[in-house]
Write a protein that binds this ligand. Structure first.
Ligand code: ZN
Ligand code: ZN
Length: 286
């Protein structure tokens, strides 16, 4: 049997018009996994999810090709902000988002860990640990929080595997925290994985520092900018500086077979996602 059949592959989908619409959009272009925002990603405010909305979403998913839905937290959240009011607001927003995921039976919520805004990385990481613990305790959600590997653009932290590991290992709730590995970000952060040797070395490093068992989602994005530039600009698969070979290695890697893979590539219409999905599917060895 072709491995393609068991791939958990898809893209970020809009919830415009209803949560169930994201499932339908994903299904219409052949996704088996999708990612959504459970609220506007540029606003703090969130409208409550009614029981009817949650039920419709779950029913639509059950009768679709979508095997897993992942949520991405709003970009406004900065648990490491040196501004107390922003940090407090961020904790509250994260508690809300964890509760929303719980309501929709979404197992994973992807979070950009934070930015220090010139206050220094180590203070920022310490504050992120405290605030994650606070949010997880308040939310009591079944949803696991996934720290996304970052590009290190601006003052964002967690562009080193070590920082991700520090947060998980210092948390009071390490079993509630996992990792989302973003190919564009990791590459921009300076980790090369474009040929079999560098690929193997990079994953050995990831496994030694973070551990494969913590890896729950992969964001598949090519990069407009070069290795180690710390610039976060996603590109269509095979059109950027990472190139097709790295994606071929990822999609055929048995260690990553069960990890859902989500595209966040440039898009104007759903056709753009469909094109990137078919590029990835063609890389699967038969
Ligand atoms: Zn990402
Ligand atoms: Zn990005």
């Amino acid at each position: 049997m072709k491995q393609k059949k068991t791939l958990l592959l898809g893209a970020h989908m809009s919830i415009s018009g209803g949560f169930e619409k994201a499932i339908q959009r994903g299904e219409s272009i052949g996704c088996t996994a999708i990612q959504i925002f459970t609220k506007s990603n540029r606003q703090w405010h969130a409208q409550k999810i009614t029981n009817e909305q949650a039920l419709l979403f779950k029913q639509t998913m059950t009768s679709s090709t979508i095997k897993i839905v992942i949520a991405h937290a709003t970009y406004l959240i900065n648990l490491g902000s040196p501004q107390k009011s922003v940090a407090e607001k961020s904790v509250l927003a994260l508690v809300q988002e964890l509760a929303r995921c719980d309501q929709l039976d979404i197992p994973y919520l992807v979070l950009h860990p934070g930015s220090h805004l010139e206050s220094g990385e180590s203070i920022c990481i310490k504050q992120i640990i405290e605030n994650i613990d606070s949010a997880l305790e308040q939310a009591q959600s079944n949803t696991m929080l996934l720290l996304e590997t970052m590009a290190g653009q601006g003052t964002s932290v967690c562009y080193r595997f070590e920082d991700i590991a520090t947060i998980i290992n210092s948390s009071k709730n390490p079993t509630k925290i996992g990792v989302c590995f973003d190919t564009c970000h990791v590459f921009a952060a300076g980790y090369d994985f474009r040929d079999p040797e560098t690929y193997k070395a990079m994953w050995l490093q990831f496994d030694a520092i973070v551990g494969y068992e913590k890896l729950k989602v992969i964001h598949l994005n090519d990069s407009k900018k070069d290795l180690g530039m710390h610039v976060d600009r996603h590109e269509n698969i095979g059109k950027g500086k990472i190139g097709l070979n790295a994606f071929r290695l990822i999609i055929n890697d048995k260690n990553l077979a069960s990890v859902p893979k989500i595209l966040e590539t440039p898009k104007t219409t759903l056709e753009d996602d469909r094109n990137n999905i078919s590029i990835i599917e063609k890389l699967v060895d038969n």
